[in-house]
Structure formats: structure tokens, C-alpha cells
Ligand binder design. Structure first.
Ligand code: FES
Length: 146
């Protein structure tokens, strides 16, 4: 197996992570990953960015908002490459988020079970069409149903 270079171009990072270069540029613009610029103004990513990208992708698959992902990544040290211990600490702190998400999905599943076969999508009684009664919180008046 080939060793991973200490620094990667954006194309190498895309190839190794399976994430498009445009997504990587977006992650960088959002402060989720970082790079240095060469004298020719090309990005060079430290090898450890691969792990960050993997963390971002998995978190996104779980439906965790980017802001929360950024917050979690912000707990990693900025003065050195994160150690396995740093990542373990992050994973531990991530458990509460995952538990909350699992609870939310289980509640949605239970609501969906009641809605299958109903189909009313009532804004007053359907927890799927109007979770947490957000329509009431928006106040009276016509609006687009989104
Ligand atoms: S679709 Fe009727 S209660 Fe949800």
C-alpha cells in the first residue's frame, strides 16, 4: 500500500476521500478544513485533512448540520495534528448529538407509522406535516407550505 504524502493537492484529497473538489472548496470556505497556499497560489492540504473530511461526510450522512460539525471540529487542537486521543475525545463528545438524532428519528418513525394510511397531512394534527406545531408559531396568514 502506497504511503500518503505529508501534503496533498486538492485533486489528491478528492481522490483519496471520494469527495469532489468543489465540495472540498466549499468545506474550506465554511472553515471545516484548511490548507496552505504555495507560491503559485495552489492549495496544499495536510494529510490529516483526510480524517476531517471523513468525519464531515459521516456526520453529514447522519444529518448533522454543518454549523454543529464546524463547532465539533473546532475542539480539535489547531497548533498540531490531532492525535488519536484528540479524535477519541471528539467522538465521545459526539455521542450526545448522535443520541439526540437517534431519538428524533425514532419519534419521526413512530409518527410516520401513524400517518401511513392516513394521508391527511393536517396542519393542526399531523406531526409530520407540522412538527412541533411550527405553523402556529409562524402566526396567522397565508404562506407557502414548505
Ligand atoms: S398524515 Fe394524517 S396525521 Fe399525519
Amino acid at each position: 500500500m502506497a504511503t500518503i504524502p505529508r501534503e496533498l493537492t486538492i485533486g489528491q484529497l478528492a481522490e483519496r476521500s471520494g469527495v469532489s473538489t468543489s465540495a472540498l472548496r466549499f468545506y474550506e470556505a465554511e472553515g471545516l478544513i484548511g490548507s496552505r497556499r504555495t507560491t503559485g497560489n495552489q492549495r496544499r492540504f495536510a494529510r490529516e485533512m483526510l480524517r476531517r473530511v471523513a468525519f464531515i461526510r459521516v456526520s453529514q450522512h447522519l444529518g448533522i448540520p454543518l454549523g454543529r460539525i464546524r463547532e465539533a471540529l473546532g475542539t480539535l487542537p489547531s497548533d498540531h495534528a490531532p492525535t488519536p486521543e484528540d479524535w477519541r475525545h471528539l467522538a465521545d463528545s459526539w455521542r450526545d448529538d448522535l443520541d439526540a438524532r437517534i431519538d428524533h428519528l425514532q419519534a419521526l418513525r413512530d409518527d410516520l407509522a401513524g400517518c401511513i394510511g392516513c394521508g391527511c397531512l393536517s396542519l393542526t394534527t399531523c406531526a409530520l406535516a407540522n412538527p412541533g406545531d411550527i405553523q402556529a408559531a409562524r402566526g396567522p396568514g397565508a404562506r407557502r407550505f414548505d
